[in-house]
Design a protein around this ligand. Sequence first.
Ligand code: SF4
Length: 294
Amino acid sequence: MTAVSVSLGVGPTSSVASPAGASPLAGTAAEARRRAAEREMSRARRNARVDGRERRRRSDAELSQIAERGRRELGGSGPGSADEATAHEVIAWAVEQFGDSLAVASSMTDSVLSALVAEQLPWVDVLFGETGYHFAETLGTRDAVAHSLDVTVVDVRPLLSVAEQDEAYGPDLFARDPEACCRMRKVEPMRRVLSGYEAWATGVRRADSGSRAKAELVSWDASNNLVKINPIAAWSDDELVGYALRHGLTVNPLLNDGYPSIGCEPCTRRVSAGEDARAGRWSGVDKSECGLHI
Ligand code: SF4
């Protein structure tokens, strides 16, 4: 019921409901403290289990070898084959290999991946690229995820606010140079934060688009220099929505309003029946990815 939301550099961002009869502020503060204590205890217990093991970030060479081993052990006969590991098995492997050095990246389209990882790694860091251009519904989804799941939501912000970027590069850079805008507001901030982890879990699915059709369950992410885990790569749209419904998980309301893929508001439009799910992203521009997943 409460939020443990961390905003890099700008302090906590979320609020919580209070018990009946109590001051809303007191309830919020007390519940937030309880959640923070629970999170610290959980992490301390995990750290105690790995005491004695050197906890430096392993080298790129070591991590890429682990990625290759994971790809072979979990990938079966290849992407889409019947003998691939399940999402649960992939996450179990990743938690065993990386522990708290594993982060989840979320666009806040839904909370399925965050919930799946939190089951096996409570209070896992969930990284959200807070570009300053999100739909209100997406920010609401972020807050609901922070309140309802045992995760630590981290707002990953760019160095420049939207106003500072407008001043330096002129207004509405997204309309003139979306590559530069995505680089400054999404890719560079996320890479800075990811450099503190050994692996990240993403919600990339093969059903998203043709460019993701061969996504592996585990791979070495040479662009971002860490291991990339795609536990739900094999899931269809129906499987994802069905899982969210069965488990009462938060879903961005825009999904039911014509937006099967949700990014920043200026660069996302509704799609028509029969259009590709990602056709509404950077529509009319020769661009289909922000740059983090390529
Ligand atoms: S999606 Fe659009 S607004 Fe968001 S960072 Fe990229 S170009 Fe900028």
